[in-house]
Structures are given as structure tokens and as C-alpha cells.
Design a protein around this ligand. Sequence first.
Ligand SMILES: NC(=O)C1=CN([C@@H]2O[C@H](COP(=O)(O)OP(=O)(O)OC[C@H]3O[C@@H](n4cnc5c(N)ncnc54)[C@H](OP(=O)(O)O)[C@@H]3O)[C@@H](O)[C@H]2O)C=CC1
Ligand SMILES: N[C@@H](CC(=O)OP(=O)(O)O)C(=O)O
Length: 347
Amino acid sequence: MTLVTDPKAPRVAIVGATGAVGNTLIGLIEQRGLRYRDMKLVASARSAGTELTVDGVAYPVQAVDEFDFSTVDLAFFSAGTEASEQWVPKATAAGAVVIDNTIAYRMDPDTPLVVPQVNAHELDRRPKSGVIANPNCSTIPLVRLLKGVEERWGIRQAVVSTYQAASGLGHPGVDELRDASRATLEHPEEAYPNKEFTPSLAFNVIPKIDRFLDTGFTLEEQKMLQESRKILGIPHLDVTTTCVRVPVVNGHSEAVWIETQGVVDRTELVEVLAALPEVTVHDRESPREFPTPATIDDPNQVHVGRVRVNPNNPRAFWLWLVADNLTIGAALNAIQIAEELIARETL
Ligand SMILES: NC(=O)C1=CN([C@@H]2O[C@H](COP(=O)(O)OP(=O)(O)OC[C@H]3O[C@@H](n4cnc5c(N)ncnc54)[C@H](OP(=O)(O)O)[C@@H]3O)[C@@H](O)[C@H]2O)C=CC1
Ligand SMILES: N[C@@H](CC(=O)OP(=O)(O)O)C(=O)O
């Protein structure tokens, strides 16, 4: 984005500007050529008065409870679900369109849940609620690949295991992984007093993300099912997941098993995946190449590897994906929604 005087360019607020998603959003605003007429940075009262820079201009961070939403046309929210529940209605009542990163509005029937590479047509008109919901960080890269597979072969079932990074819990998650890892190396006999991850994530993996539901699944696992169905527009889509936190600082990975209606040929499958927008297939040339969270060079792409058709049943295959949860899984998707709204003049 670029600061301009064009009266058609939106006045923008970033609520949660000091957080991991907010920081990434600011970086992407600087990277991409979108134009804005005014910028407001908003967070909790804790950060009020601190300064952040966007496109070389320093802005004071304002407390959300004192912020006047009638001064903006577009508000990005990534300040947690409670803050969205409290402040998004005030923002829309004041006339702003909201792009919300939290779970608060995702399953609301009056709110489109959008991944622009999959269902941008949902943005053709301004939503009844005034809100466009940004999906869960593991759901976004998955549905971008499922769309291509559904269109070519039809999906019978997808079985997914996620490997989710500490930055899924924002700055506090990353800080705790670093501090707990250091403390565990230095004093292995002492239990680290964790707040974000239970048990400790240092040198560990945790098969629980978000809270448990009565079904035995976690909320994160339920989000992946329900949100995939809504985004792809397939109400009975069979997606089942196990979501696991791993001691990686940033970048979510997923092992994905897909059973299809039609017979799949690996060469064609790789072609179909590589032709999807902003997808890089690493094992196109050599099946021995694969992406990892630590080695992906472009956080704005969904990275795919380990593409293997089942030798016992060519109506099923495995793939491995890696996607930066703060960009692909949150801020980039939100910016791309804003770009589509501006292009369609539906702001
Ligand atoms: N991290 C991720 O991978 C993803 C995150 N999200 C969503 O984005 C939200 C934020 O995530 P993330 O940036 O990682 O988290 P962080 O903890 O890094 O940042 C939280 C941000 O929200 C602000 N905030 C917290 N509470 C309030 C409040 N009551 N009122 C106003 N502002 C508040 C914080 O401000 P202050 O500095 O003043 O405390 C900070 O700017 C998550 O809760 C989630 O809903 C969605 C997809 C992926
Ligand atoms: N739950 C995700 C991050 C997140 O905030 O997701 P959601 O927006 O669906 O609550 C993770 O911990 O990796």
C-alpha cells in the first residue's frame, strides 16, 4: 500500500497492529502497491502512545476503546476473538468494512469466509454483516490445494495432520518457545513455568491446539472441517484432521492424504498443483526435494512436496505442504481480500 491523496483510496485501520499478525500486515502493506488515504494503528490500552512506522511514516498506536471507527473505511482486526466480538460491531455500525482474522464471524451466515484464490466471487457485493472473515491459518493453504483437486478429480475424503508453529499463538507463543528451550537446555532438571503451551513445547510436540470439544476433537480441528466446507461450498466435504503444535518458531506444515473420485497420475497431479495461483511444487523435478518451515524462501507462496500417488490405489495420494501462518495463513489473505474489495469497488 502507499499513502495517497486520492479520495477513492480507503482510510485504513489495523486493530492489533502491535501483534505478530499486525506486524506482518504492516510489512505486506509496505511490500504491495495498494493505495490508502489515511492509516490508523490500534491496539489495547497497554500499547497506546507507542509508535509504529508504515511506509516510512510514524503513527501513534491508539487504544481501541478510544478509537473512532467513523474515521476509517476499512478495518483489519487481529486482536483476538474477544476484542473482535466487542469492537467489530462498533466498527461496522460506524460504516467501516471489517476484515476479521479471528473465529468470531467465520461461521456467521451473513459473513463471507474468503480465500481469494478459491471464492473471491463472495466479494462481488458488500456483505450484510459488513464483515469479511479471514479463515484459520491451517485451513487457508489446505483449501487452496483442495480446490484444484476437487475440480480435476473430485474429493472423496481428505485426512490431514498439521504441524503448527509457536507463532500461531503470536508474540507470546514465540517468546515462550525461545525462553523455555533456553531454560530447558541450561536447567533440564527444572520445570519451566509455561503460560502459553501446556505441557511445555520445548523439545516436545503437543497434539492439542485450542480447546477440546465434547466430540473429542479440538476446536482447531473442527475449524478446519467447518471452514473448508464453507469456503469450498461443499457442505458434506469429508475432511478430518489431527492438529499438532511443534517446536518451530514460524510456518505451519501439513501431511495431507486425499482420496479422489478419479484415477490420479503423479505427473498430471504435479502439473495441476503447480498451476494453482501462488503455489510452488518443490518435487516437480526431483521427488527428493521438499519444503520445510526453516528453508522456504518465499512466505507468500504455498509450498508443496512429497507428492506420492498410492501404489495400491491410484485414487489416493499424499502430499506435504508448508505455509507461513502469519502471511498465507493470516495477513496476506487479509490483504488480498482488501485488494479484491478495492478492485470491485465494494468497499
Ligand atoms: N498468529 C497466527 O498465526 C494467527 C492469528 N490469527 C488471529 O489474530 C489474532 C492475533 O494474533 P497475533 O497477532 O498472532 O497475536 P499477538 O499476541 O502477537 O498480538 C495480539 C494483538 O492484539 C492486541 N490486543 C490484544 N487484546 C486486545 C484488546 N482487548 N483490545 C485491543 N487490542 C488487543 C495486542 O495489543 P497490545 O500490544 O496492546 O497487547 C496485539 O496488537 C489471534 O487472536 C487470532 O484470532 C489468525 C490466524 C493466524
Ligand atoms: N490457532 C492457530 C492460530 C489462530 O489464531 O487461529 P484462529 O484464528 O483460527 O484462532 C494456531 O494456534 O496455530
